[in-house]
Design a protein around this ligand. Structure first.
Ligand code: FAD
Length: 291
């Protein structure tokens, strides 16, 4: 299908991009990797009058550590994150997430900023950012503001970004020693969106007790979901089999999946239980090795 007519803008600085957003307001859409925006435009689910391509903006693509924070530029491609040594050594859960996204072609263009800004509960990064307790940096006409990831996904395909803001950075606290995490998803075939996905990030103390647990779920509600009851069930425990089984049951009960072409609700709840159990086991194993 062919999209509706639109004007194309290619600003060369962040200030110019912000000025265009201010000028055209809700009639404009930012174009990053284009791997969600263009399909939606072709299906005429969105018909922006102005497309503002930010691919020419300098300095929005990076992965680095500053102090105790991993900073990822909004325009960083999945493929760059996948190959980042910073990510592999400090937050392997993000690496696990990237490699589950689409296929290499999608990852060569798709950006982490676009993946989050799209607000799609079926995308993989949101659950991982919930598990990691990330912060989203938005830049707008009045400068930058930081949004806690728990406040970022406000509804179906809706985020806390204002129409005149650009997602410029993601900030992830560097996980301390004795931390481990992973991302798992069930997909109908390689490259598909998740039937259900799970991100788990744990930290244990020297005695092996869980001190923090972050658990995010993909594609099991209208928004990316934090599994709070499951998190609470793990904290203070030694992550024994009974703890893990009950936390997984809580995640499955608290999810809100709907029946669709990926399967009926009951099946999805079963999937969530199984992959949550597995993911907690992997995350706990990594935390124990990461002394
Ligand atoms: P775009 O498509 O350019 O933009 C998406 C939306 O976000 C638009 O509304 C745009 O205006 C807005 N936006 C983009 N960047 C910014 C910004 N910096 N600030 C403010 N707003 C912004 N994703 C998964 O997570 N898992 C998958 O398994 C998966 N499989 C896929 C398979 C295929 C075949 C395709 C085509 C896509 C798939 N995707 C998947 C989606 C892919 O990850 C997209 O790249 C991602 O959802 C959007 O990132 P983007 O950079 O392409 O953003």
């Amino acid at each position: 299908m062919i999209p509706a007519v639109f004007d194309y803008h290619a600003p060369e600085s962040l200030d110019d991009a912000l000025a265009l957003l201010r000028q055209y307001g809700p009639e404009a859409k930012i174009l990053s990797g284009g791997h969600s925006l263009l399909p939606m435009m072709k299906l005429r689910l969105v018909e922006p009058e102005h497309v503002i391509d930010i691919n020419g903006l300098p300095d929005l693509s990076y992965v680095r550590i500053e102090g105790d924070v991993i900073k990822i530029g909004g325009l960083t491609r999945e493929a760059e994150i996948e190959q980042s040594d910073v990510i592999r050594s400090h937050a392997p859960i993000i690496h696990d997430t990237c490699v589950m996204i689409g296929d290499p072609q999608v990852r060569n263009r798709g950006t982490i900023g676009g993946n989050l800004a799209h607000g799609d509960a079926g995308n993989d990064h949101p659950a991982t950012m919930l598990a990691l307790g990330a912060r989203i940096v938005a830049t707008g006409p009045n400068g930058t503001r930081t949004i806690e990831v728990d406040d970022f996904f406000v509804g179906f395909y809706t985020t806390a970004l204002d129409p005149d803001e650009i997602l410029t950075e993601i900030q992830v606290p560097v996980p301390p020693a004795r931390s481990g995490g992973t991302y798992l998803k069930l997909e109908r075939k390689v490259g598909d969106y998740a039937t259900a996905g799970i991100a788990v990030q744990l930290t244990i103390d020297a005695q092996g007790r869980c001190v923090t647990a972050g658990i995010g779920l993909t594609n099991v509600a209208a928004v990316p979901l934090r599994a709070t009851r499951a998190q609470r069930r793990l904290v203070g425990t030694e992550l024994l089999e009974a703890d893990i089984i009950e936390a997984a049951r809580f995640a499955s009960e608290d999810a809100r999946p709907s029946s669709d072409l990926r399967g009926p609700e009951a099946y999805k709840r079963g999937v969530i239980k199984t992959i949550t159990q597995r993911a907690i086991g992997i995350a706990a194993g990594r935390a124990r090795k990461n002394q």
